[in-house]
Design a protein around this ligand. Structure first.
Ligand code: NAD
Ligand code: ZN
Length: 355
């Protein structure tokens, strides 16, 4: 049976479209007591963007720190802070930042209406009630978190998202001007997340015309951004992120994401840079993609960290391998139904030991 795919209901795109946020929120403010929570990356504290937030007196500005990727524990703490702020629920949760801040906004919106701890909902379709109206404003592009049906969280036992139709944002505002302040290396790492989504989706066994259509366009946009240094690169990367997200949503990612999850679970490596570190060793699975990736790396003058795994103790390496191999759909997408014959524990180990 074909999947019935939930999408973001409303989208605004355009330079300076951030200024439409106030009007959009007015529609959610049903009466004078209605309040909104702004889940905002604390990198913007004291910056221009803070002054532009359309905050009203009754609203809550909730700064979030993303030095570490979002954890279930952090989500539970933030949710409690929101519950303590007022005795009744907010009318909206706004996520402003990269994949981390957007995922935090998705997760708290869901945890405000679903009881218990967020770790209980790590998995597929475990969320019972729709969340609070949630809106995202990406300030960093590549993850596709603005369109996906997951909020990726690291929990006590696993790194796994809250995957559900309720997770999808009700509204997104795509303003390419917000990418202007992203540090150069971060721009590359998160941009490469998108590039790798495209390569993994387009060369996967789960590929279909829906994913192919989105993936091919996203790949073309990534090439304009990272090979041609296009003058409209921020606009292009923002759309590439969106299209790349749409592509994998109807297919799957592959070997690079599986291995990078292992790396990040054990070492805390961030998603974008983690994907870059891993992808550089996957020439045998994605020969053309890795070659082009290296070209992009050269143009952007990026040096990746090395020797992260070589001296790791046995137990941690084991955890890294099992975390990666547990992601069965990703391996099946990359290598087909008989993937277990190819990606053995020994093979995964030998790949990790090079990193
Ligand atoms: P991020 O959100 O972790 O941010 C990376 C850094 O960039 C942070 O220091 C942040 O403060 C800074 N930053 C963001 N916007 C900025 C701006 N405009 N100016 C200056 N600095 C800015 O990075 P990311 O790569 O976007 O997201 C990674 C996270 O997304 C991971 O937690 C990953 O698991 C998750 N993810 C989610 C999905 C999904 O579908 N939900 C998909 C892929 C990755
Ligand atoms: Zn990714």
């Amino acid at each position: 049976m074909s999947r019935n795919f939930k999408m973001v209901s409303n989208i605004v795109f355009g330079k300076n479209s951030f200024k439409q946020l106030n009007d959009i929120l007015e529609q959610q403010r049903k009466n004078s007591d209605s309040w909104i929570v702004f889940v905002t990356d604390d990198v913007f504290k004291g910056k221009e963007l803070e002054k532009r937030l359309p905050l009203q007196n009754q609203d809550m500005l909730l700064w979030v720190n993303v030095d570490k990727e979002p954890t279930t524990n952090y989500v539970d703490k933030l949710t409690q802070k929101i519950k303590d702020f007022k005795s009744y629920s907010p009318s909206g949760v706004i996520g402003i930042g990269g994949g981390s801040a957007m995922d935090l906004a998705k997760a708290v919106s869901l945890m405000l209406t679903n009881s218990g701890l967020s770790q209980e909902y790590q998995g597929w379709d475990l969320i019972k009630n729709p969340g609070i109206y949630h809106l995202a404003i990406p300030t960093l592009s590549g993850t596709g978190a603005e369109v996906s049906r997951t909020a990726v969280l690291t929990g006590p036992e696993k790194k796994l998202g809250l995957n559900s139709d309720y997770t999808v944002f009700d509204q997104i505002i795509l303003d390419p001007n917000l990418l202007k302040t992203v540090p150069k290396n971060q721009y590359f790492y998160t941009g490469m997340d998108c590039y790798i989504h495209c390569i993994e989706s387009l060369s996967g066994t789960f590929l279909n015309q829906f994913s192919k259509s989105y993936g091919e366009k996203a790949l073309e946009l990534c090439r304009d951004v990272f090979l041609k240094n296009d003058s409209n690169k921020d606009e292009k990367l923002m759309m590439a992120s969106y299209f790349g997200g749409m592509s994998i949503a109807y297919s799957q990612v592959g070997a690079c994401h599986a291995l990078s999850y292992g790396l990040s679970y054990v070492l805390g490596t961030h998603h974008g840079i983690g994907c870059c570190i891993v992808f550089d060793y996957l020439e045998e699975f994605y020969p053309k993609g890795v070659k082009e990736f290296r070209e992009m790396m050269k143009i952007a003058n990026i040096q990746l960290p090395r020797n992260l795994v070589k001296n790791l103790d046995k137990e941690k390496l084991e955890k890294m391998i099992t975390t990666a191999l547990n992601l069965e759909p990703l391996w099946e997408n990359c290598l087909g139904k008989n993937w277990k014959n190819i990606m053995t524990k020994d093979k995964a180990k030998s790949l990790f030991l090079q990193m």
